[in-house]
Design a protein around this ligand. Structure first.
Ligand code: 6R9
Length: 655
């Protein structure tokens, strides 16, 4: 990726932290120096933010790389850290979760309430025969029971595997089988876009012919009719809510498996990413404290992710609760019952810290500035982004129209595999640039390398790698150590350019600008090769989104007899835009002017929607199928499977 385009590196805008925020920030610039001087000792200090039943004897055991062991010999209980210790410290009355259902029903759970609920669920699971090390599948809508179920598993040392509510029966079955789960926790259904959707029926289908599951626990959410298998199915309200709320949390080894989470998106069999206890919780809690600058007494935090995504694990459940945060949890979609729903909630709960995804931000921008303008958003003091590269234009819109030009934006890069944030501004320190994730967090060794594994200088581009083990790193792929080695550690291995050290291959392309700041460029599989030039889909998309007529764009490389690959763009026009042939010509010119003639799209197609995963990532693989007129690959992880039919039907002959 040596011949990358240089244009996006010339970002002149800088947004330093507001003085008041910087003066009171949880973490200041000294953290960087401290972390690089101290190595694993830096993480030992962060681990002391938690309660350990037994202290560790060694910070990091890296004697059998890449299989890391952090906080060797230490013992702790994750649920105790997220609940009991806050109650014991006198914060039992603090609200842990303000929950709002899509239809507008609400619930408030204090730390004491949540603690009791988790104790009851822990007792109920134990009564069902679930023991430490057993796997429990969780397939729930965004209701408080989702957090309760996860924490109850953690409390008794059972390993949870959360599957997005709404994944197909087939996807669910594959994940239940792979993990060998003995219990499934689900609900009759949930509310999405104003309608009750069924979950229990999908579980029933998934469990047909599944040997490992002995019981399902079913939360009544919508009251819809469900089929019932006597002896297997149990209502949550009969089982959990009648159990004792007294439960002593046992201590588990720092390396005890906490959860498996399956990554989706590629064509291959989903990978069960395994996370363990002590290191994971340490980094989730530290990064939430450092990057969101959380002040537990005054902040109201809201992460809009679904619990079925790693973001929901680390930044709804484990990080915020370990830090004693008060947070909002919302069941539904942003456009139900109206497009101002999110902003209405920010106003109602006086949300101070907001964490959402670029896909949502671009959608809000498309809906218009006047929607958020109708609400009082002055409580917001910090805005986070995660999930995809955020286009500079979307970053600016977020800062201006949601953050009132005052709240800093933190673009946080990380993965299911990394468990917690890795690259991000520090809100009290960094003068952020729109579109850049800036620097590795303190204690993190990220780098950009070329094909041979050698570090690229400022101004260069290549592959993002991680050079140092980190506490919340995945420990393996569940049941498949070899695939773990092959996928992440063999590309740059302990080989050329690595100096014999183990180098983790993240699968993302990235650039380092002249100041040394990092720009994420999307998955390397998505990089296009046009007439011998590497062009990132992210850069062409950002150029398109910077045009006033375009709300959102997805770009793919389609096989081209002349250039190797040709750039095909799918663009969603902003409301009221006339999408005639003139506009298409204008957009092609606009990209050529912004990035250079080599990046001029061969074809642009205007569409109303883009195919996305449930966590909001654009599925370029499917668009490539359309652009190359193949039949579509696996669409089971699509959020809305009708989108592809519409796009495929509208695909015209190449211009
Ligand atoms: C947390 C999460 C991981 C992939 C990752 C990258 C993309 C996430 C990003 C970002 C650019 C960011 N990604 N955050 N790209 N800037 N701030 O999303 O985990 O679902 O496993 O996806 O998402 O491509 O490799 P996961």
């Amino acid at each position: 990726m040596s011949e990358t385009l240089a244009n996006l590196l010339h970002e002149e805008r800088r947004f330093p932290p507001p003085a008041a925020l910087a003066a009171a920030a949880n973490v200041d610039a000294s953290a960087y120096a401290e972390a690089s001087a101290d190595g694993p000792a830096f993480w030992e200090r962060q681990a002391r933010r938690l309660h350990w039943h037994r202290p560790w004897t060694q910070a990091l055991d890296w004697s059998r790389p890449p299989f890391a062991r952090w906080f060797v010999g230490g013992q702790l209980n994750v649920a105790y850290n997220c609940l009991d210790r806050h109650v014991e410290a006198g914060h039992g009355d603090r609200v842990a979760i303000h929950w709002e259902g899509e239809p507008g029903d609400t619930r408030t759970l204090t730390y004491a309430d949540l603690h009791r609920a988790v104790c009851r669920a822990a007792n109920a699971l134990t009564d069902l025969g679930v023991a430490a090390g057993d796997r429990v599948a969780i397939y729930l809508p965004m209701i408080p029971e989702a957090a309760v179920a996860m924490l109850a598993c953690a409390r008794i040392g059972a390993t949870h595997s959360v599957v997005f509510g709404g994944f197909s029966a087939e996807s669910l079955r594959g994940r239940i089988d792979d993990a060998g789960a003995s219990v499934v926790i689900t609900a009759d259904g949930g509310y999405r876009r104003g309608k009750p959707s069924g979950l229990k029926a999908i579980v029933d289908e998934a469990l047909a012919g599944c040997a490992s599951v002995r019981h399902t626990l079913v939360v009544r959410r919508t009251g819809q009719r469900v089929d019932w298998v006597d002896g297997r199915d149990l209502w949550w309200h009969d089982t959990v809510e009648t159990a004792s709320d007294s439960h002593r949390a046992a201590a588990f080894d720092a390396e005890h498996p906490l959860f498996i989470l399956y990554t989706s998106g590629t064509t291959a069999k989903p990978k069960g990413i395994l996370h363990t206890t002590g290191g994971y919780l340490t980094q989730a809690a530290y990064t939430h404290h450092a990057v969101f600058d959380l002040k537990p007494d005054t902040d109201v935090y809201w992460c809009t992710a679904d619990i079925g995504w790693v973001t929901g694990h680390s930044y709804i459940v484990y990080g915020p609760l370990a830090n004693g945060a008060t947070q909002l949890m919302y069941e539904g979609t942003p456009d139900t019952p109206h497009r101002g729903r999110f902003w209405e909630l920010v106003e109602k709960y006086r949300v101070t810290l907001l964490y959402t995804a670029p896909t949502a931000i671009r959608t809000f921008a498309k809906w218009g500035d006047d929607v958020p303008a109708q609400f009082d958003l002055t409580s917001l003091r910090l805005l986070g982004s995660v999930g995809e590269p955020i286009n500079p234009e979307a970053w600016m819109w977020y800062r201006e129209h949601i953050g009132g030009n005052r709240a800093p934006v933190v673009d946080t890069w990380w993965q299911t595999e990394t468990g917690a944030m890795m690259i991000s501004p520090l809100p009290g320190v960094t003068a952020a640039k729109p579109g850049s994730a800036m620097r590795p967090l303190p204690g993190i060794g990220a780098d950009i390398v070329d094909d041979t594994g050698a570090s690229v200088p400022a101004g260069g581009g290549g592959f993002l790698v991680l050079r140092e083990p980190w506490p919340s790193m995945l420990r393996t792929i569940w049941g498949d150590d070899q695939r773990f080695l092959d996928t992440y550690w063999s590309r740059f291995g302990a080989g050329a350019g690595s100096g014999g050290d183990w180098v983790y291959f993240a699968g993302d392309g990235a650039k380092r600008d002249d100041d040394g700041d990092l720009w994420l460029l999307g998955r390397v599989d998505d990089v296009m090769l046009v007439s011998g030039h590497n062009i990132s889909t992210t850069e062409v998309e950002s150029a398109l989104v910077a045009h006033p007529a375009v709300a959102e764009a997805a770009v793919v490389g389609a096989t081209d007899p002349v250039t190797g690959q040709g750039i095909v763009a799918f663009a969603i026009p902003r409301g009221g835009v006339d999408g005639g042939p003139e506009l298409l010509a204008q957009l092609r010119e606009h990209v050529a002017r912004t990035l250079g003639p080599i990046a001029r799209p061969r074809q642009i197609m205007l569409v109303q929607e883009l195919p996305k995963t449930r966590s909001g990532k654009i599925m370029r693989r499917l668009l490539r199928d359309v652009a190359e007129r193949r039949s579509l690959g696996d669409v089971t992880t699509l959020q809305d499977s009708t989108v592809m039919d519409l796009i495929a039907a509208g695909m015209s002959a190449p211009a």
